[in-house]
Design a protein. Sequence first.
Length: 333
Amino acid sequence: MVTIKDVADLAQVSITTVSHVINQTRRVDPTTWQRVTEAIIELGYRPNALARSLRRGETRTIGLIVPDNSNPYFAELARAVEDAGFDRGYSVILCNSDMSEAKEAAYIEALLSKRVDGIILISAANLREKFSTIVRSGIPAVTVARELSDLPIDQVATDNEQGGYLAGRYLIELGHRQIGCIAGPRDETPSADRVVGLRRALQEAGVPLPSELVIRGDFTYESGRQVMAELLRRCPDLSAVFATNDRMAIGAMNHLWRVGKRVPGDISIVGFDDIPIAAMTCPPLTTIAPPKADFAHVSVSLLIERINAGRTEPLRVVLPTRLVIRESCRAIT
């Protein structure tokens, strides 16, 4: 294996001079710099990036933990974070927790042991201990979509309640009064705020949302099918459904097709997330779109600001959603 000493011998300079050329830590005479560079190329020398990073106290890497990278929403978000990190000179290590709290905790320990410069965490559940572990390590971190106002950690969130409100108001404006909801699996998840927003929009219009018409799914396509079947059983006159993510909305649409009901002719559907396939369904799905690119850029910017500037005051940024109107809803005349 080629060493830095081999480069120094070929270029006829000291090892220290080669180090200054590689790390750009001191001005080197242009002629000498050229000679060292040519020696590096000729020998095919690759500096030990890990050793250099440890000497500098940085690795130029960011850890990203997501709950489920098979979910197109998290896949898009991970790609956007990777792009934003790359633009700022950082590599991103992606970890998929599979919605497992134990796996998530193990990945946090692994990233800390690898000396990453920072962590972006989209947590499977709001457990304080794992966030406290990151805080105690001194590694800068940003949490996405979790309320942790009493911990010194940056937070980036979608205005989920606003998104649910937009969906509810849109359905009300179309004349719907028999509305059901496919909720998420937990009360503390961001999807719970989407249900709160839906309720607020319906209450303002004097439209009830009975508790029996709010049924939990687990964010999967199959659970959307199952919950849609149950909603129809409980309310045969249902005219519209708000699903708190697009995969469940698409599952609901599939069930309706299987039982001979038309979307939007018989039942209107609104989803949440605006995943790529939402525009490809038949009919294309009306949905609430979080600003995924902004999510990524803000998260990476906050993290790098802490890494470089040493900012200690925690910041919380809430990003708005928007309604994307396609063809899965119709007006009731």
